[in-house]
Structure formats: structure tokens, C-alpha cells
Design a protein around this ligand. Structure first.
Ligand SMILES: Cc1cc2nc3c(=O)[nH]c(=O)nc-3n(C[C@H](O)[C@H](O)[C@H](O)COP(=O)(O)O)c2cc1C
Length: 223
């Protein structure tokens, strides 16, 4: 019994040290994680220079020629900030509670977190909504066949057009933010957020992840 006591004291001490260290580390991680990102944008007024690219995206093919897309171009700093607030609030829940450890682990290599400074600093935010249905002239619902595929093709064309013009963006799909952003931007209930593209010219110190791509023989099969 007397021999065991010092041993137990030592174990308790080690345990307390471990708990203390981890609690501290946790705070450090939580405080450390929302670091400022390198700003990939040159803050300059793009004027109407992205409008032409939305027009190009609008030439995308669509199921039964329904053209089920709406491009909301946000330049107003106050609206951009409100968008940021909504997204950061929802993304913090995604990272800490909603999505689970596998999702968080899968994203680790991209070093993203719920802090989205670019939503304030990018000169333009383009939010692309898919119209899940439309309205006929008599006010009845009009089916928008393959609306998600059609809008995704339009987004692809928009990405190519932006890149072609020397602009940069990152494809984002703000998780669980769609309904609040739709209300903020006064979009009708038949529209659902598909993608958000922050757009600007690249600053000189902008970096991109160094990822290798699959080779042609891994992605193409000739029959
Ligand atoms: C459909 C899609 C959704 C994405 N969603 C997000 C997102 O919500 N947030 C983000 O930071 N990046 C997002 N990304 C960006 C990817 O993480 C980014 O493209 C990454 O660098 C993958 O490399 P790659 O696009 O060169 O293959 C998304 C990309 C795609 C294509």
C-alpha cells in the first residue's frame, strides 16, 4: 500500500500533465488555425469586366434549352462581408461538428478552415444558382430537366472564360450555406446555390497547391 502511493501520485501527475498539455494544445490549434491566408487577389475594381464571362457561360447547352442558371455578381463590400459571416458561421459548424473526422482529415492537405478572408478581399464574388424548376407563361411550374448538369457545364465554361482572361478563382461549394445566402441575395425559392467563385487578378505572391494530375492513359480509354 505504502509502496503503491508514490506510484499512484506519479501516475496522477503524468495524467494531469498530459491533460493540461492537450487542453493547451487544443487552444493553440483553435487559435492558430484561422490564420490569415496569402491573398491571391489584386484588389482592383474589375468594373463590368466579368459580365462578358457570365454571357459566355450563358451559352452553355442545357437540358431542353431551359437555361436554368442565375449568376449573382456581388461587388458591394457590405454584402460580401455578410456572405462571409454566413459562410464562416456554417463552415465552423461543418469543421467542428457536422461533417465528422473523415471529412476534416480529407481536407487537411488543402490547409483550408472556416476562415474565408477571400470573401472580403476578392474584388468580385459570383454566386451561381441552379433553377430547379422554372415558370411557364401561365405561371405553372416548368420542369428544368438535368438542371444541375446544365448549370455545372455553364460553371465550367465560366471557369475557362475567367482563366482565359487572366483572372483567378477557386471553385467553392459553401456547405449548408445555400438557404441563408439565397435569402440574403433575395433569390426566389426555385433557385438553389450551386457554386461560389471569388474572382480577381492574381497578386504576385499568389500560390496554388502543387498537385500532380492523372496521366492521359489513366483517364482515357480508347475502344
Ligand atoms: C466541385 C468542387 C467543389 C469545391 N469546393 C470547394 C470548397 O467548398 N472550398 C474550397 O476551398 N475549395 C473547394 N474546391 C476546390 C478544390 O479543393 C481545389 O480545386 C483543389 O485544389 C483540388 O485540386 P484540383 O482542382 O486542381 O484538382 C472545390 C472544387 C470543386 C471542383
Amino acid at each position: 500500500m505504502f509502496l503503491l502511493t508514490p506510484f499512484l501520485v506519479a501516475v496522477v501527475c503524468i495524467l494531469m500533465l498530459w491533460i493540461f498539455k492537450n487542453a493547451d494544445g487544443g487552444t493553440e490549434r483553435r487559435n492558430g488555425e484561422p490564420r490569415a491566408e496569402a491573398r491571391p487577389w489584386v484588389d482592383e475594381d474589375l468594373m463590368g469586366s466579368t459580365d462578358v464571362h457570365q454571357e459566355e457561360a450563358g451559352t452553355a447547352p442545357s437540358g431542353a434549352h431551359t437555361e436554368p442558371w442565375t449568376f449573382v455578381v456581388v461587388k458591394d463590400p457590405d454584402v460580401k462581408h455578410k456572405i462571409r459571416e454566413i459562410i464562416e458561421e456554417e463552415e465552423e459548424i461543418n469543421y467542428l461538428k457536422r461533417m465528422g473526422p473523415r471529412w476534416v482529415t480529407d481536407l487537411k492537405k488543402f490547409r483550408t478552415n472556416w476562415i474565408k478572408e477571400y470573401l472580403d478581399t476578392a474584388p468580385v464574388l459570383i454566386l451561381i444558382f441552379k433553377q430547379v424548376h422554372g415558370f411557364a407563361a401561365n405561371g405553372k411550374k416548368k420542369i428544368h430537366y438535368y438542371n444541375e448538369i446544365s448549370v455545372s457545364i455553364a460553371c465550367g465554361i465560366l471557369l475557362a472564360a475567367l482563366q482565359n482572361a487572366g483572372l483567378v478563382t477557386v471553385t467553392t461549394t459553401p456547405l449548408n450555406c445555400g438557404p441563408r445566402l439565397r435569402v440574403l441575395l433575395n433569390r426566389p425559392t426555385n433557385e438553389k446555390l450551386l457554386m461560389l467563385l471569388p474572382v480577381g487578378y492574381p497578386s504576385e505572391d499568389a500560390t496554388v497547391p502543387n498537385l500532380t494530375r492523372k496521366t492521359l492513359d489513366q483517364i482515357m480509354v480508347t475502344v
